[in-house]
Ligand binder design. Structure first.
Ligand SMILES: *Cc1c(COP(=O)(O)O)cnc(C)c1O
Length: 426
């Protein structure tokens, strides 16, 4: 079996897991334990010296979590992965693994709100600066690179702007600068887009969204390609002896999974944002059906986009699956199987109509999340962005008339019915 290249659906069901040798259990066991018994004092010492691979304590690694990590690495076409307590934790682990005080990050300005705050407000408090650039022109990333830049960052498909990035072009800018291209692939999911195949070096996810898929579970994951040359002179923390870990030189010792080992031993182990084994197990269940869910998400969302486009109470529709969308060409190139489940539209009547629309919906739920099997809606101007002035809302890409939908797996006709009856009440 070893030399066969299995398909995505097969990997989503089997990668990282074999039936339990002790009991024969077909489903993955949940190793709900904090710690693991050592065979002997020598075994304990070699585990602590990183000479033997094995489990010590669940903050560092856990067998259930390892199955999720290996499956995610397989689905992204990466070398290794480390799971975290949330998507925010995944971004923090990935970036703190390569940046320290005095370093700099170049990022797309079209970001998830929490990521924007991390880069613009909280990292600067740690001495890590970020320059946010308009991602539509890859040259903007190049112009912002400095001698102390350590990473280029972007979302593949932006949330909530629903903009697609030219992964290969931005990846080339990062490669020329000798820094890794770190991408947040949450809104696309590995089924629709595999950034490592197009020039990204590290992928992060909020697994809370499509990977879990049911609005039940917080989690995150960082996947590395294994191909970045950490010995290019820019990353001494990867090549010099680690003061925090027995003088280990991560790149020399672990090679193509050095980034993951360092993230685990120097960030996860020390700062502690580990995922619970039960949550890792729930995310494994989510991955098993990711391909079929994403196909239905995309089909339903296209149906809603076309319906809204023909609706007299709708001013505009932003869905990259529509042929006249400015991101249609990039989305077709990088997400050939579908344009995802996120869609935004402008409602005639502005702010007031937006509020009435949300309140008129029957089963489409008003909440701050995406990627649930159930359809979700939010009116950013009256919720997530309500503290901004109208001018600043427009600058942030959330005009007062904008409604964002995350389309779920209900019967398409029922979604259209709910949206239509809520529109007619505005
Ligand atoms: C939700 C989200 C995050 C944050 O993930 P959490 O799991 O909520 O911490 C980061 N990036 C994107 C694109 C998201 O949608």
């Amino acid at each position: 079996m070893a030399d066969r290249e299995f398909g995505f659906e097969t990997l989503a069901l089997h990668a990282g897991q074999i039936p339990d040798r002790e009991t024969g259990a077909r489903a993955a066991p949940i190793y709900q334990t904090t710690s693991f018994v050592f065979d002997s004092a020598d075994h304990a010492a070699s585990l602590f010296n990183l000479q033997t691979f094995g489990n010590v304590y669940t903050r560092l690694s856990n067998p259930t979590t390892a199955m999720f990590e290996q499956r995610m690495a397989a689905l992204e076409g990466g070398r290794a992965a480390v799971a975290t307590a949330s998507g925010q934790a995944a971004e923090m682990v990935a970036l703190l693994n390569i940046c320290q005080a005095g370093d700099h990050i170049v990022s797309s300005s079209k970001l998830y709100g929490g990521t924007h705050t991390m880069l613009a407000v909280n990292f600067p408090k740690l001495g890590i600066e970020a320059t946010l650039v308009d991602p539509d022109d890859p040259e903007n990333f190049r112009r912002a690179i400095r001698p102390n830049t350590k990473a280029v960052f972007s979302e593949t498909l932006g949330n909530p702007a629903i903009n697609m990035i030219d992964i290969a072009a931005v990846g080339a800018v990062a490669r020329e600068a000798g820094v890794p291209f770190v991408v947040d692939n949450t809104a696309a999911s590995p089924y629709l887009c595999q950034p490592l195949q197009h020039g990204a070096d590290i992928v992060v996810h909020s697994a809370t969204k499509f990977i879990g898929g049911h609005g039940t579970t917080m989690g995150g994951v960082v996947v590395e390609s294994g191909k970045f040359p950490w010995d290019n002179g820019r990353f001494p923390s990867m090549t010099e002896p680690s003061a925090g870990y027995h003088g280990v030189r991560f790149y020399e010792t672990f090679g193509d999974f050095a980034f993951t080992m360092k993230a685990r031993m120097e960030v996860l182990r020390v700062f502690g944002p580990a995922i619970a084994p039960f949550n890792a197990w729930l995310l494994l269940q989510g991955l098993e059906t990711l391909p079929v869910r994403m196909e239905r998400h995309c089909a339903n969302t296209m149906g809603v986009a076309q319906f809204l486009r023909g609706h007299p109470l709708v001013a505009w529709v932003n869905y990259p699956g529509l042929p006249d969308n400015p991101y249609h060409a990039l989305t077709t190139r990088y997400m050939p199987k579908g344009a995802g489940a996120l869609l935004s539209f402008g409602i005639r009547g502005g702010y007031e109509a937006g509020v009435k629309f949300i309140e008129g919906l029957q089963f489409v739920s008003h909440l701050a999340n995406i990627g649930d099997a159930k359809s979700l809606v939010i009116h950013p101007a009256s919720t997530t962005h309500r503290q901004l002035s109208e001018a600043d809302q427009v600058k942030a890409g959330v005009p007062p008339d904008m409604v964002r939908l995350s389309i779920g797996l209900e019967t398409l006709d029922d979604i259209l019915w709910d949206v239509d009856q809520a529109l007619s009440g505005t």
